[in-house]
Design a protein around this ligand. Structure first.
Ligand code: BYC
Length: 334
């Protein structure tokens, strides 16, 4: 019935009767579940919202390599090291698909990276927490990738074609990541020493609440949701997805023999869902403002890596220029 909002100049959902003919035709396609493709007409605010969300998503995948990269040289066995290296490479690949999807909307990768490096663009709050012990690699895979899957499975049905298609492969890979994380924790709980079991519980205690925050603020505080749901960019609300994640994760927590750091977490037979305690939203907003435990370190490392890669970009550019010149000479000669 309605569309338009986002901090893109449009402050409230527009009624169909207020829409231009182009907007009405666009909404009819959304209603019919037909995908919007790069060459199609789309409202400016729809394009802007997608660039914001897809680029934030890409930045999260790229920054998200750091907390795990921290453990590559300290993985306990060669197999664990190989699995972790493969997972981190997958995350890098996800970042690349997502930047490519954002580029189809007419924005350059340099521009997006500049927004990240200057602190203008956000990335997921979760990656501003430190990874302190080996069990954190299990907790990141199980809880962080687990939360990401819940969010991303529904994004496979997002209305923008290139974003939706990128999600299909990403979800398959995230599913492997979630299982490798859970398997790390299960091994530590079933075969580990008391100290290793304590590490698992400690990792869960630290990652539980930040993982729940990954879904964003409660629906009543989610500034973008109403519009993004109307445009079918988002298919479920932040609170719906958070609840789905909790409902599927608590039984897995019980199999591990661990607990969540939430005294209010309990099964509610009337609703058929788990009830859970209040999230500390002041912590969440503090982290997304740039004041989390690792924000500064994450960004500095990213900027330094980008600067160190200048020669690679220069070499690729010089090669491309040479190829183009060669192709032009051949064309002239023929
Ligand atoms: N962190 O109106 P709302 C991964 C911001 S990485 C930071 O509800 P929206 C992985 C939000 O941007 C997975 N900021 O926003 C990689 C907005 O601010 P702006 C990453 C957050 O967009 C390596 C404001 O709060 N996944 O899988 O409708 C290793 C109000 O929020 C967060 C994605 O990015 C947050 N957690 O909904 C392991 C999924 N939450 O932009 C794993 C794609 C909210 O207006 N993104 N904000 O200034 C989405 O689905 C949506 O963007 C969100 C937020 C559900 C995250």
């Amino acid at each position: 019935m309605y569309a338009q909002m986002v901090d893109t100049g449009v402050k409230s959902l527009k009624h169909r009767s207020e829409m231009s003919a182009d907007e009405q035709a666009f909404m009819a396609r959304i209603d019919n579940e037909s995908k919007i493709e790069p060459q199609d007409w789309m409202p400016d605010a729809y394009r802007k919202t997608l660039v914001r969300q897809i680029s934030q998503h890409a930045h999260s995948e790229i920054i998200g390599m750091q907390p795990e990269g921290n453990w590559l040289t300290r993985a306990p066995t060669i197999k664990r090291k190989l699995q972790l290296a493969a997972k981190i490479q997958d995350e890098c690949g996800h970042g690349q698909y997502l930047y490519s999807a954002a580029e189809t909307l007419g924005v350059g990768r340099d521009q997006l990276l500049d927004q990240l490096h200057t602190g203008k663009a956000k990335y997921s709050s979760i990656f501003n927490y430190p990874t302190l012990n080996w069990a954190d690699m299990g907790a990141v895979g199980w809880l962080v990738d687990g939360a990401a899957i819940v969010n991303q499975v529904v994004l496979q049905r997002t209305s923008y074609g290139p974003y939706s298609r990128a999600m299909i492969r990403i979800c398959k890979e995230e599913s492997f990541h979630q299982r490798q994380g859970y398997e790390i924790l299960l091994t530590m709980m079933q075969k580990g020493t008391l100290a290793q079991k304590d590490m698992v519980q400690d990792a869960i205690n630290r990652f539980w609440w930040p993982s729940l925050m990954m879904f964003g603020p409660n629906d009543d505080a989610s500034t973008n949701s109403a519009q993004s749901l109307a445009w079918k960019i988002k298919r479920k609300s932040n609170d719906e997805l958070r609840q789905m994640f909790i409902d599927q994760t608590v039984p897995q927590l019980e199999v591990l023999g661990c607990t969540a750091p939430d005294p209010d977490l309990q099964w509610n037979p009337e609703t058929g869902h788990y009830d859970f305690g209040e999230i500390d939203w002041s912590e969440f907003f503090n982290v997304i403002k740039g004041n989390g435990p690792c924000n500064k370190q994450r960004l500095e490392k990213k900027v330094k890596a980008h600067e160190n890669g200048t020669w690679v970009r220069d070499a690729a550019q010089a090669y491309a220029t040479k190829q183009q010149a060669g192709a032009a000479t051949k064309k002239e000669a023929s």
